[in-house]
Design a protein around this ligand. Sequence first.
Ligand SMILES: [Ca+2]
Length: 132
Amino acid sequence: MIKLQIGSPSVTIIDAHKYWNATGIYIEIGASYRFEVEGEQFWYDAGIRSNANGYTKLWLRWAEMFRRKPNENWFSLIGNIDQSSEQEFLIGKKLEKHQATSSGELFCYANDVPIMYFNNHGTLSLTITRLS
Ligand SMILES: [Ca+2]
C-alpha cells in the first residue's frame, strides 16, 4: 500500500461501476489530506451525467433513502476507510482538508443504491495530497 508523503500528490482512478474502489492508498489517523477531482470530469448513472458533487432528481426522491449514503447526492464521490460503515465521508469535487479519524486503506465509490451499480459507467481521477 502507498503511504503518502506530505506535499506529494497521488492520483487514483475511481470507477462508477465498482461497488468498492480499492485505492491502495494508506490513510493515517491524525494526518490531514486534501482531495480533488480536477477540472471537468464526469461519470454516468445510466444516461445521467454527473460530476463528483453528484446530482438530484425530483423523480428519484422516493429512492433516496435506499442510497448507501442516504443524505448525500446521487453519484457524489464518497471516501471510506477499510470498508467500515463508521468511517465514511463526502469527498465531492473538492475536500480542502480532511483529518483522518482512523488508519487504513482508502476506498471510494459513487453514491448509489447497492443493487444499481450495473448501469454505472465512467471514471474520475482523484488527486490526494497529504497536508500534515
Ligand atoms: Ca446506477
